[in-house]
Ligand binder design. Sequence first.
Ligand code: PEP
Ligand code: MG
Length: 580
Amino acid sequence: MSLVLTGIGTTSGIVIGRVHRLTPGELSLPEYHLEPDAIEVEIERLHRAVDRGQRFLLDMYEKVTGEGTDTARELLEAHRLILKDPLLADATCNRIRDERINAEWALFKQAEQLLAEFRRMDDDYIALRREDLEQAVNLIQRELAEQPASLVGSQVPHQLDATIIVAPELGPADLTLLHQRRVAGLVTEHGGPWSHSAILARSLEIPMIVGIHHALEILEEGEPVILDGHYGALLASDDESLQRHYQDKLEVTRQHRTDLRRYLGRPSKTRDGESFQLFGNAELPQEFQRCKDDQVAGIGLMRTEYLFLDNDLPDEETQYRAYRQAVRTMAGLPVTVRTLDAGSDKLPPAMAIGQGPNPALGLRGLRLSLAVTDLFRQQIRAILRASVDGPVQILLPMLTGVGEVKLARRLIGECREELRRAGIETDPGLPVGGMIETPAAALAVTRLASELDFMSIGTNDLIQYVLAIDRQDELVSYLYDPAHPAILDLISRTVEAGKDHNIPVTVCGELAGDEQAVRMLLGLGVTRFSMPPGSLPTVKKSLLEASAKACRKKVEDYLSGNEIETSEKLLESLMRDESA
Ligand code: PEP
Ligand code: MG
């Protein structure tokens, strides 16, 4: 018998293994009133539970070492901070005292109040904070109930090779323990692709599917399953031929990945001798290292929103250290730091400001930076300080016109002057570039090019704004067409403006990490591509084997409606070996 369960694949990869179910025991949450003389005892009980929770997280923090574990450590630390947060711990104590109720009840009420505030703000970043808070509260509840702090400890064998864990959801501590025990794959009933456990599983490269509802009711302990993280499909099947098929596929994938890495060291030239350059999009320390190991020409996009995920805004020193670490890791290769692109789908919790009626068209990116200049100045100073450790470039997001560039440049100049007066050195020639990701920027690109030192095309937002489709709205995702003639026209204009003004143009949106789309971009004259590190080998192979001349011809044929009529046909034909 075969059964296919589907969810959202958050880390690609195929795993063939057996199910191990992780079910939380019923957590008892009693509610009762206290006699006055029991209040201090109850507060003490809460403190002890919080302390034990802290020790557990600290213990996890110290245990988790090795590649890809920085995110885990950051998340464990974030949970530890939540346990200490006065809004949680102190406010719960106050409730015990004022309302004369037991710790479980007071904690429940306080958490509900905080969660209700989070729920009112419909935002991805807030959703992550909400998830953190729920997990931290769950940890204290377990300690109060004297249950193990992680589901993993008591219920999971020490070796998990070929084991696929199925759980309602998983926190960073669970994931850390599972990783240590070499879990092969993960399935959760809840959570989205941007939940912390999904982000963490990606950085640890553990194939994972989230959102398979009722998975625990359907799957049995020890059942043989095949997890396909790319398609978000879990196949429960005892069919031997299917198992063999996936075993072969797995072997081919493994071999393919190893083979692909061989291309990384080759000179970056297309089949017909055109040079190109590959850059990495990186945020986390291990991603910079991976880019360096994969021989990129530099970092084409360092998104800095990640630094602003905490409840407190990072100060200049914290930012400086993060930029400096990136610059030092890249050892002489340029690092392009994009200034905070907050707003719309990326609003840090500490900046929970009113978003306006249409956040995607509201105060976001550089607009927000120019409105809250203190924060912008702080970030610029931190970037400028890091520029003495190696080549750094500043990239301005969400530009629409020259006025914004001029104002940003003036502020950058003032920050440089402040630092100079304080005796702090900076790179005097630090290039300032802009993202071309709004229709206005792309249409007026000639004017912008004269004010910028380099340009980066953000195809994710460009497609959203030009085709008028919200990046996050599934209902209109069918209209997503990266090869829409309007998009190609704007990319082509930008490339031309770059040539006319003799400044580099890079594509740093998702298209630059797609093996088909890069050939289309090559056909439009793009030669600099910046992508997530995982895409580097496939993209490199695709470009090495492409003929730039043939790609140009195909794109021209498509744009003139000659022979190639649809964008699907264009992308398909670009991959056909004989011509492109
Ligand atoms: C883009 O818009 O293409 C881009 C690279 O930026 P982000 O995805 O961060 O908006
Ligand atoms: Mg963008």
